[in-house]
Design a protein around this ligand. Structure first.
Ligand code: KIV
Length: 257
């Protein structure tokens, strides 16, 4: 059965929310069986295109990947990241969010930031576009990779931002690389669910970049647990294929017409 945003909100304080990123149909169709949310993250910029930052990701890239993901999803909520420079003001955000919703048939969009996007989020929600927030480390604007919530002022700002996002009408908030006690506090204080990535077990749910989870990305990050080593599996398969082609063992008569 297709999951609804109301189902997700009801999970708060009852059941953990499971989310992963997907950028294409086949992977999305597997994740759909296990995830509450599948996010077409703008992390695809670094994961697939080797961009230095997600700031280089365009609206058309997000739309094309999301159209592919849509074909793989029947049950999970599908959320699409609004890329950098596509929501600099309410008018621009509304135009682009409508385009994303229409072309990709997704269930919601995700925007990074707090106070700065308060009016924008309000506008989208007023226009019946469900919005997921994103606080803590903000890859579209932060220049360095540092966890958030160590300094008092930084903590206070994140708390204020989370309150504003809730007031503006978000249905959940991603907390990226947020210090444990702050993630716990935000989760306790907010009525909407928090989805953590590098933000401790206290969040209402978790999200990871799929390529990190399966060990396709060779990098190691503290907040990632690799649940498989798919690089090894792919290496084995490709190595066997190359040996068989060179020894004229593949294709055999069963693979031929
Ligand atoms: O772009 C992305 O994949 C994300 C997740 C890391 C939350 O925003």
């Amino acid at each position: 059965m297709k999951k609804k945003i109301t189902d997700l909100i009801k999970k708060k304080n009852k059941k953990k929310i499971v989310s992963l990123t997907a950028y294409s149909k086949n992977i999305a169709s597997i994740l759909d069986n296990y995830c509450d949310i599948v996010l077409v993250g703008d992390s695809l910029g670094s994961v697939l295109y080797n961009y230095k930052s997600t700031r280089e990701v365009s609206l058309s890239m997000m739309i094309e990947h999301s159209k592919s993901v849509r074909m793989g999803i029947k049950k999970a909520l599908m959320v699409v990241d609004m890329p950098h420079n596509t929501y600099r003001n309410s008018k621009e955000a509304l135009k682009n969010a409508k385009k994303i919703m229409l072309k990709t048939k997704c269930d919601a969009v995700k925007l990074e930031g707090g106070k700065k996007i308060y009016e924008t989020v309000k506008t989208l929600v007023k226009n019946k576009i469900p919005v997921m927030g994103h606080l803590g480390l903000l890859p579209q604007s932060d220049k360095t990779f540092k966890f958030k919530g160590k300094k008092k002022l930084e903590r206070q700002n994140i708390i204020k931002d989370s309150q504003l996002l809730e007031k503006a009408g978000v249905f959940s908030v991603v907390l990226e690389c947020v210090e444990t006690s702050l993630a716990k506090l935000l989760t306790q204080n907010l009525k909407v669910p928090t989805i953590g990535i590098g933000a401790s077990k206290y969040c209402d749910g978790q999200i990871l970049v799929f390529d990190d989870l399966i060990g396709l990305n060779p990098m190691n990050y503290r907040f990632v647990k690799k649940y498989a080593n798919i690089r090894n599996e792919i290496s084995k398969a490709v190595s066997n294929y190359s040996k068989e082609v060179r020894k004229i063992k593949f294709p055999n008569k069963n693979n031929s017409y």
